[in-house]
Design a protein. Structure first.
Length: 116
């Protein structure tokens, strides 16, 4: 059974930084992309960013220049460095992985709250 466990969420003042981590474990076929989504109260879950196995990245316009995604393929981990946080970044952040065999897996989510 595949398990994704996020950590690193919390409360931070606007302008501050947080680093999220996500560890994937279990029987995982070859992981293709790893990424982060977020969902604010009353809103849909949106993609924040993703990174391919070869290190190609993409970001939502709202986080470009502030967030950085990275991964450790050997450890099946993905990280999200969030700088210059804004109130509107407040959301539950979900780790997501997609495998080459078509599997899609989600973490349980970690709360990020930015106080203005």
């Amino acid at each position: 059974q595949v398990q994704l466990v996020e950590s690193g969420g919390g409360l931070v003042q606007a302008g501050g930084s947080l680093r999220l981590s996500c560890a994937a474990s279990g029987i995982i076929s070859r992981i293709n992309t790893m990424g982060w989504y977020r969902q604010a109260p009353g809103k849909q879950r949106d993609m924040v960013d993703f990174i391919t196995r070869n290190g190609v990245t993409d970001y939502a316009d709202s986080v470009k220049g502030r967030f950085t995604i990275s991964r450790d393929n050997a450890k099946n981990m993905v990280y999200l460095q969030m700088n210059s946080l804004k109130f509107e970044d407040t959301a539950v952040y979900y780790c997501n992985i997609r495998t080459t065999s078509g599997g899609v897996y989600w973490g349980q989510g970690t709360q990020v709250t930015v106080s203005s």
